[in-house]
Design a protein around this ligand. Structure first.
Ligand code: CP3
Length: 349
């Protein structure tokens, strides 16, 4: 913990008053920024994130350019699994792809325990550099993939539309599924606890693809392992954010998993989302696609999000999912200024 407790992002996560509505963007570092493309060159993302000085610099780029209220560590959700030797690579334009899919109980032994310092020392070194270099009012968000979403890559072998293999495994062999998500919960806990010890001020658990599940299946197959992670990290007294896409019908259950903040995609109006999470803080939820329009159009949509966020404390402004690579960085910069000037949730006048 290195940021000031009064930093607007941390205050909003705790549903406390803020000087202005905090804003950051998922995927704020990366391909939409020319300075990222210049620094990365033709190196792969795994090469870049294993170089702490480089990964820290990439994390800082959007903080300087946009004056966002939080930095997110430059890494990837697949790193702990990759680092423990489960063969996986990140294919540009596609995402994580595994060499040999997880298909049954015999594959459980391929998922070792993570020793964060030995296996992912570069991640922790990046966190340490950032804890030193970030301004006190800009907290660092560490992150991990939630068990369901990481399991989906291992079982499907890569990105998926219908999650047929995942759902097949869950319903055919629930005991193996549970053992798998339990191991992935351990990996997430060990990785996140080490990031917090190295200086991360908050953590986000990305359950990006869990919206593929019905509420009934979410409760049975994803919630218990997710709750384990959130309880373990919440005990470290840092705010936790639980995020997924297409999770409108799951928001109440996600709130019951124990995060401080629930991430909301653009499909649910933010006032409806706030009603569903029962007093927890919310993060979101401008459509990333809306940011491809001219700024007047972006401003209209952003003002609607701010109006629906209301005046009660507990809103972190963000997009409903990651920045699209085509986004004009100038639009995001102007958006930060608009949110700071016009956000009202919990604002001390
Ligand atoms: O600025 C940030 O958000 C920090 C960095 C970050 C990356 N991945 C870097 C990255 C974060 C937070 C992630 C998390 C992540 N990775 C998620 C959850 C967030 C989400 O988008 O839902 C998921 C599902 C992954 C898996 C993954 N890794 C995907 C789907 C992709 C995209 C493939 C592509 O090229 O479009 C990756 C690769 C990846 N991870 C890139 C970046 C910047 C793009 C590759 C590059 O720029 O070289």
């Amino acid at each position: 913990m290195t940021a000031a407790p009064s930093a607007p992002f941390l205050a909003a996560c705790r549903c406390e008053p803020v000087a202005h509505t905090p804003v950051w963007f998922m995927r704020q570092a990366g391909r939409s920024l020319p300075e990222y493309r210049a620094l990365k060159g033709d190196r792969s993302i795994l090469e870049v994130l294993t170089e702490p000085e480089l990964a820290a610099e990439i994390t800082l780029q959007p903080v300087r350019r946009y004056r966002v209220d939080a930095a997110i560590l430059f890494s990837d959700i697949i790193v702990p699994v990759w680092a423990t030797g489960f063969g996986v690579e990140i294919v540009a334009g596609r995402g994580p792809v595994v060499e040999h899919r997880f298909s049954g109980p015999a594959d459980l032994s391929r998922l070792g325990r993570l020793d964060p310092e030995t296996d992912t020392g570069y991640v922790l070194d990046t966190v340490r550099i950032l804890a030193r270099e970030l301004p006190a009012e800009v907290p660092l968000i560490g992150f991990a993939g939630a068990p369901f979403t990481v399991a989906s890559y291992l079982v499907e072998g890569g990105p998926s539309r219908d999650f047929a293999r995942v759902k097949g495994l869950m319903h055919r062999d629930p005991a193996t599924w549970e053992a798998l998500v339990d191991r992935l919960a351990e990996l997430a806990i060990d990785s996140l606890a080490a990031q917090v010890a190295a200086g991360a001020d908050a953590v986000q658990l990305f359950d990006s693809w869990v919206g593929a599940l019905s509420p009934r299946d979410y409760e049975r197959f994803a919630l218990p392992a997710t709750r384990r992670v959130l309880e373990a990290i919440g005990a470290l007294r840092v705010p936790t954010i639980l995020f997924g896409v297409g999770t409108g019908e799951l928001l109440g259950l996600m709130a019951s998993a124990g995060p401080s903040v629930v991430g909301v995609d653009w499909r649910v109006p933010l006032d409806a989302a706030r009603a569903r999470v029962g007093g927890l803080a919310v993060q979101g939820n401008l459509d990333p696609g809306a940011c491809l329009g001219p700024f007047e159009a972006v401003a209209n949509e952003a003002r609607d999000v701010l109006r629906r966020a209301g005046t009660e404390p507990g809103h972190v402004f963000n997009l409903g999912h990651g920045v699209l690579p085509e986004t004009d960085p100038g639009v995001l910069g102007a958006l930060v200024d608009l949110v700071h000037a016009e956000g009202r949730a919990g604002r001390v006048q």
